[in-house]
Ligand binder design. Structure first.
Ligand code: COA
Length: 96
């Protein structure tokens, strides 16, 4: 799990850059417990932002199950074997 902790104009946002767990250990609550750390630690932030390619249903279900919301969509931001893929922009609100 990798976070970018901004200073300056986006200081109130924590960006989740990468989150992955080993396939042998999926569905054991590991990613959920990793994410509970920043959720409880960063009292000065208002939201966690991240993104998921739109065909990554596993990850999208995971984030939605934790209370992340889809805030938007970036069009054709990934390219895979000549096909462009949209990216869902997601956020978890630590405070209103
Ligand atoms: C997405 C990912 C991080 C989830 O990790 P994990 O350790 O398996 O997740 P958890 O066990 O903590 O799952 C918590 C909840 O999320 C949901 N969830 C997780 N994986 C899911 C899946 N494949 N299908 C449906 N729901 C899922 C479930 O509600 C799950 O709770 P439950 O098992 O009690 O039903 C993991 O699948 C992964 O590393 N994928 C590849 C990398 C990736 O896509 N990263 C995210 C995009 S950057």
């Amino acid at each position: 799990m990798v976070f970018a902790d901004y200073s300056g104009k986006k200081f109130h946002i924590l960006e989740l850059v990468v989150l992955a767990t080993h396939p042998d250990y999926w569905r054991r609550g590991i990613a959920k417990s990793l994410l509970s750390l920043p959720i409880s630690k960063y009292k000065n932030k208002i939201k966690i932002e991240s993104s998921v390619v739109e065909d990554n249903e596993k990850a999208l279900k995971f984030y939605l199950s934790l209370g992340f919301e889809v805030e938007g969509e970036r069009q054709k931001s990934f390219s895979r074997k000549g096909t462009f893929i949209n990216e869902k922009l997601i956020a978890y609100y630590l405070k209103d």
